[in-house]
Ligand binder design. Structure first.
Ligand SMILES: [Zn+2]
Length: 267
């Protein structure tokens, strides 16, 4: 299908291409993931320069060639400014982008995932980043049709014993009772409080997320279990998760260690 088309999109990836071009992966609501060349953009005077940066939301005019599309015009809508001055937020932003990139298959149109990414990147500047990541994971699972069952046993529909720890298993599709344990590894043990927060995260809107309080214990437990669910269903490790852990809660300390982490994220 050759010809021009307009689309709003978020630049997920940007790689050098040839001498002065960039090869971009852009997530759009109505055209799925568009692989496009931005010609001459690495020259200082290119008008495409600002809107084709990674993590930019822009309006594009594409020309669809035989194989790759070409960006012929673009107009920046948002650069998600708060994320660019804080290394921890940037690491989380790349984590959300990586999830969106993996979830939306080439050729697939996934409007819900596009709008989730847009809202998630906006929320990162306003609410606690680990909570934004957990809410993002919960919604991604919903979009994939894999929202875990947490109110009863996902395996036998029996009651859950909410004393001590609760077992959750991605292969079973959520929490499981004591009789169903040991059948579908991997299994994880979580406190009932984490289950309650997970249920809230499934429904909470971004504005209310700012008001949700999370103790360090829940933050850590959900920060291990929820990504584990997502990685199980996606059948891959999310590499930016390791970089979030590496950076931790520390912003740039001037040692250059975190800058090297940021560089690694971009590659
Ligand atoms: Zn059961």
């Amino acid at each position: 299908m050759a010809g021009y088309f307009r689309a709003e999109g978020i630049v997920l990836k940007s790689r050098d291409y040839g001498e002065t071009d960039l090869l971009l992966t852009i997530l759009t609501p109505h055209h799925g993931k568009v692989e496009a060349i931005a010609k001459g953009v690495r020259k200082s005077k290119s008008s495409l320069r600002s809107g084709t940066q990674q993590l930019c939301r822009s309006r594009f005019l594409f020309y669809a060639g035989k194989s790759l599309a070409t960006v012929t015009q673009c107009e920046v809508q948002s650069i998600f400014a708060p994320l660019r001055s804080d290394l921890q937020l940037l690491a989380y932003a790349f984590y959300l982008v990586e999830i969106a990139d993996v979830v939306v298959m080439p050729g697939q149109i996934n409007r819900a995932m596009y709008y989730l990414l847009k809202e998630g990147l906006e929320a990162l500047g306003a609410a606690r980043p680990s909570l934004v990541a957990r809410a993002f994971e919960a919604r991604t699972l919903k979009i994939m049709g894999l929202e875990p069952r947490l109110d009863r046993c996902a395996s036998c529909d029996g009651m859950l014993e909410l004393k001590g720890k609760v077992t959750v298993a991605p292969a079973a599709g959520g929490a499981i009772c004591s009789r169903c344990r040991g059948q579908k590894p991997p299994e994880y043990q979580v406190v009932p409080g984490s289950i309650k927060i997970w249920q809230q995260l499934n429904h909470i809107n971004w504005r209310h997320l700012q008001r949700l309080r999370l103790s360090p214990y829940f933050d850590k437990e959900l920060g291990e279990i929820m990504p584990a669910f997502l990685e199980y269903y996606l059948d891959r490790k999310l590499k930016s998760r390791a970089l979030i852990n590496e950076i931790g809660g520390v912003t740039d300390d001037g040692t250059g260690k975190n800058r090297s982490a940021a560089r690694a994220l971009r590659n």
